[in-house]
Design a protein around this ligand. Structure first.
Ligand code: Q9C
Ligand code: ZN
Length: 343
């Protein structure tokens, strides 16, 4: 399987976040991509190529223009306002406040942020653009006839909504790739999100559409980030009714329960009639992930990769979360090797 990778991910390198009452180093760190790349190499998964540059037009197909402009300029405005730390929000348009975009950067960042844990730094925009290019390069390879590709995206993307960043995500790489397939002539795309967290951003982007089917297995929002979306009564709206399926699962969920939900999701993808599949590949379902609570073991990733291949669809793997850094390469590449075994 071909891997697409860019060194530019390094430009996103935040310092700290709050976890269990302590400031700790950001879980979403450059080493994550380094370890995955190393595993791709040591397992001889296949060729590794650098992405092409697609500019911002494909991003504007799924994200708000004002939001993309904000991402391009936030660091400069943050510094111009006299801040000398990483940029993060401290005020939000919560219930009964107005959703009007402030001029001052302190207000604007609250308007566009969905959470506080994702630091914006001088290199965030550059890293986010490179991650989009990685996903789109994989998408183009598949559009040109490849059966699969691995977009080693970093920073991740599935929490990024139409006009919001957060949850370590800036632009929604998987959603941009899905739109890329549609723009290249595919009529039905499925996105299967196996990250531990609900893919709220992807759901948001396609909620009222029937050309992209979105399904996500994740820790129940009663207990887990992003907390405010991801229940099983969210099934899509308008033309999109029936094209969104969530599997909220209890903390402590083991592989047998998880895999049963995955097989149900796979069945729904087949029923929908998808022509292409995108996997939002988070491996934070691993038992030893420091911020998650599912119980998958490393060999389980191979098992489910093999099942994904049995769906028989051209498949683009887009890297999302996974914070047990030492094992992230084994777990991610196990899915890809399982997929190749299942062909
Ligand atoms: N105490 C992805 O996996 N909250 N994002 C962490 C830790 C944010 C995860 C709380 C988790 C975001 C792509
Ligand atoms: Zn996650």
């Amino acid at each position: 399987m071909l891997t697409i990778y860019s060194e530019d991910h390094r430009h996103q390198d935040g310092k700290n976040e709050l976890h269990n009452g302590k400031m700790v180093p950001c879980f979403e760190m450059p080493k994550r991509a380094d370890i995955i790349l190393e595993r791709v190499k040591t397992t001889n998964l296949g060729a590794i190529i650098a992405p092409d540059d697609f500019g911002i037009d494909p991003i504007l197909r799924v994200h708000d223009k004002g939001f993309v402009e904000f991402m391009a300029t936030v660091w400069e405005e943050w510094c111009a306002a006299g801040n000398d730390c990483e940029a993060f929000a401290n005020t939000w348009p919560t219930r009964r406040l107005r959703e009007r975009i402030p001029i001052a950067i302190e207000g604007k960042i609250g308007y566009y942020a969905l959470a506080i844990e994702t630091p914006i730094t001088s290199g965030s925009y550059k890293a986010a653009l490179s991650s989009v290019n990685v996903a789109l390069t994989g998408q183009k390879k598949i559009a040109a006839g490849a059966h699969s590709a691995f977009a080693l995206c970093r920073p991740p993307g599935h929490h990024a909504a139409f006009d919001q960043y957060g949850g370590y995500c800036f632009f929604n790489n998987a959603a941009i790739a899905a739109q890329g397939f549609l723009d290249d002539g595919v009529s039905k795309v499925a996105i299967l999100d196996v990250d531990f967290h609900h893919g709220n951003g992807t759901q948001d982007i396609f909620y009222e559409r029937n050309d992209v089917f979105f399904t996500s297995l994740h820790g129940s929002p009663d207990y887990e980030f992003p907390y405010f979306l991801g229940w099983d009564d969210e099934t899509g709206r308008g033309a999109g009714e029936g094209c969104n399926i969530n599997y909220p699962l209890m903390p402590g969920t083991t592989f047998d329960i998880w895999f049963e939900a995955l097989r149900d999701a796979g069945k729904r993808i087949k029923e929908y009639g998808a022509e292409v599949l995108i996997i939002s590949l988070g491996v934070d379902t691993f038992a030893h992930d420091p911020i998650s609570s599912f119980k998958l073991q490393s060999p389980d990733f191979t098992t489910y990769g093999k099942y994904i291949a049995e769906l028989g669809l051209p498949t683009l793997f887009v890297m999302e979360g996974g914070y047990a850094v030492e094992e992230i390469g084994i777990n991610a590449v196990n899915v890809l090797q399982g997929f190749e075994e299942g062909l």
